[in-house]
Write a new protein. Structure first.
Length: 160
């Protein structure tokens, strides 16, 4: 299941927001919050607030709606900063002219998901049964994956 939070019309350029969002993509929520706490960008506080909101959305659905959610097992599945509308502004220029510029806005979206942890009590056995067939020796004593010429060279070296 996916839990999301969205902040629209944020007064930051989407390019600058993506710099911070790329730091937390794919990380566990706890690691992402620690990263955002020590990130020296202005938008990091906003992204951290949004991340906490997504965690609370997951917590709410877990308690109120009856979904089975382990909040400690959440990770940042998707973190996106899309373009919002642009504000057109004018800056005074020399000799009575005016230069136009645009103030960019961003729509920031964070989606969390639960990592599939292996069920408790199950163990994977690694042994001869689990070994791939290509590694087993054939009846002639050579490895099945090696080319014939290498096997012949080894046999000739042993005879000498």
């Amino acid at each position: 299941m996916e839990f999301r939070a969205e902040a629209r019309y944020m007064r930051v350029s989407p390019q600058k927001a993506r710099l911070v969002l790329d730091l937390i993509k794919g990380r566990r929520v706890e690691d992402a919050i620690n990263t955002l706490t020590f990130t020296n960008k202005r938008v990091a506080g906003t992204v951290q607030k949004l991340l906490r909101s997504a965690v609370e959305n997951a917590n709410y659905l877990g308690q109120e709606k009856g979904y089975d959610v382990d909040v400690d097992n959440l990770f940042v599945k998707r973190a996106v900063a899309n373009d919002g509308p642009r504000m057109k502004r004018i800056r005074p220029a020399p000799m009575g002219r005016a230069f136009r510029y645009q103030r960019r806005l961003a729509h920031i979206e964070i989606a969390l998901a639960e990592r599939n942890a292996p069920a408790e009590g199950t163990a994977t056995v690694v042994g001869e049964e689990a070994a791939p067939a290509s590694k087993k020796k054939s009846a002639r004593g050579r490895t099945a994956g090696k080319p014939r010429t290498q096997a012949k060279k080894k046999a000739a070296a042993k005879k000498k």
